[in-house]
Ligand binder design. Sequence first.
Ligand SMILES: [Zn+2]
Ligand SMILES: [Zn+2]
Length: 188
Amino acid sequence: MHKNRVKHPSHGLEFNVAQLLKETTGAVRTYEIETDLQGDFDDEELKIVAPLTGQVRFLRTGPNILATGELQTSIEKNCGRCLTSFTAPVAIELEEEFFPTLDIITGAAITQPPEIEAANLIDEQHILDLAEVVRQELLVAGGTQLYCRPDCKGLCPHCGQDLNAGSCNCREDVVDPRWAGLQTLLED
Ligand SMILES: [Zn+2]
Ligand SMILES: [Zn+2]
C-alpha cells in the first residue's frame, strides 16, 4: 500500500495527468498558473497575500512525470528586528518528480519505494497535486525574508522604541556587552 495522501481543497494546483501518462517519454504539458491561495496554506510561518502566478511544465520521463516551473506570490512576515509586519515578493522554482500509484494501461496498483514522499505521488485518479511541494518551497523562500528592509534599525533593547522612527533617549546609556563584565568588576 502506498502512503495516504492528505486531501486538500482544490488549490488550482491539481492536474489530471491520465492523458500524459499514456504518451511516450518526452511528452510535455505546459500550464499557466494563476490561483488564489490566500488562507489555504497559512500557518505561523507562512502567510500568502497575493495570487500565485507563473508556469509549470510536466515532462513524461519513463513511467514518471518531472514537474518544473517558476512561480511567484507575496507573503506577509513580521520583521525579525522591529517586529512590524511587511510584505515581500517570493519566487520559487520547482523541479520535482512525481510517481504514479496506478498503471494507466493495466489499472494495476504500483507500489512506490517508501523513500518517495507522499506529496510526490500521483493518486489513483491520476491527479498530480503540486500543492504540497509548492507549500514547502514557499516556506523555504519565505524563510530567507527576515527583515522589513535590509537596513532596519530594529527596536531599542532597553525602551522598545522603534529606532527606524527616531532614536530614543536611552541610547547613550547602553553598555557595550564587551565591557559589561569589566563594569561588574569595577562595581565590586
Ligand atoms: Zn524592521
Ligand atoms: Zn531606548
